[in-house]
Design a protein around this ligand. Structure first.
Ligand code: GDP
Ligand code: K
Ligand code: MG
Length: 305
């Protein structure tokens, strides 16, 4: 890099907010590549995801979090909430994301959990849904009374200019220190993890609201074969099991004559081949394990800490 170490800036930026406000969409836009899965379903994001972007002299290390769950008090949600709190404990800046013009009890709950001594930007997202912009001014004023936000950023995660502006705003809050990652690194998550997240995204997208959120993915096999000849791509052999809670859910995932699971596998393969620049073979299985979301040991064994 041409940036002298003495001039480098680097820091952690947590993205927090209730489910579905657009946190993962924002992270993907900031990183410039899809590294966190998104969908209209709440609870799509279950792990802490790190996205990295180096821009000018500044390296931004973003942490996407699961939306804070306030409804069901089961083992999965307790674990998700711990992930959120762990993610925001030790960061330089917090992006508190809400839908522009709205502030619900769930938003208030998340805001109340944030540590007082870390600067918080109010990201008023989905501004493209607001047709009369003048309506935002009085809302911003009430938000000003709720919390000492360091800055207000009305924007849309889907608007490239807004993303550029957000980078400039965030940079000021990061300390001068040497970068932690290589300039072109985008995430600290493994390819195996990306495979499991991609299966989960396709599963959620292709089952819509029929399938409860309590299904999960286990990657049973993730093997890499080097290219047979020069100029060819490496080969990834993946076996994934979708774990559901009931026989009825299993039938739903498999679909009529296996149509749906075939499609989940096909869409996963296409996306992973592109993201990982490899040839991908994927086998998919479905297993029933009733009650796993209520069982602490099992939640841990599936990789949620
Ligand atoms: P998360 O649960 O907070 O991570 O939310 P997601 O990133 O998964 O997004 C939830 C939904 O909001 C998805 O359907 C996104 O496409 C949509 N969304 C995110 N940002 C925007 C935005 O700026 N404008 C609009 N109109 N929709 C958005
Ligand atoms: K979501
Ligand atoms: Mg998300």
């Amino acid at each position: 890099s041409l940036v002298p170490v003495a001039e480098q800036r680097c820091g952690l930026v947590a993205i927090v907010g209730k489910p579905n406000v657009g946190k993962s969409t924002l992270l993907n836009a900031l990183v410039g590549q899809k590294i966190s899965i998104t969908s209209r379903k709440a609870q799509t994001t279950r792990h802490r995801i790190t996205g990295i972007r180096t821009r000018g002299a500044t390296q931004f290390v973003f942490v996407d979090t699961p939306g804070f769950q306030t409804h069901h008090n089961n083992a999965l949600n307790r674990s998700l909430n711990k992930t959120v709190l762990g993610a925001v404990g030790d960061v330089d800046l917090i992006l508190f994301v809400v839908e522009a013009g709205s502030f619900t009890l769930a938003d208030a709950k998340v805001l109340s959990l944030l540590k007082q001594d870390i600067p918080v930007l109010l990201i008023a997202n989905k501004l493209d849904n607001i047709h009369r912009r003048a309506e935002i001014a009085p809302w911003l004023k009430t938000m000003h009374e709720r919390h000492a936000f360091a800055e207000f950023v009305p924007m849309s995660a889907k608007n490239a200019k807004d993303i550029e502006r957000l980078f400039d705003i965030c940079a000021k809050f990061l300390p001068q220190q040497a970068w932690w990652y290589a300039e072109d690194e985008l995430t600290d998550r493994s390819e195996k993890f990306l495979a499991s997240e991609t299966v989960r995204e396709k599963l959620f997208r292709l089952t819509g609201d029929e399938l409860p959120y309590t299904s999960t993915i286990v990657i049973d096999k993730f093997e890499e074969e080097p290219p047979a000849k020069k100029g060819q791509k490496r080969l990834l052999r993946i076996a994934a099991t979708i774990v559901v809670e009931r026989d009825g859910h299993k039938a739903m995932v498999i679909g009529d004559k296996g149509e749906r699971i075939k499609r989940i596998g096909m869409e996963t393969r296409v996306e992973l081949e592109k993201a990982l620049d490899a040839k991908v073979f994927i086998e998919m299985w479905v297993k029933v394990r009733s009650g796993w979301a209520d069982d602490e040991a099992r939640v841990r064994s599936f990789g949620y800490e």
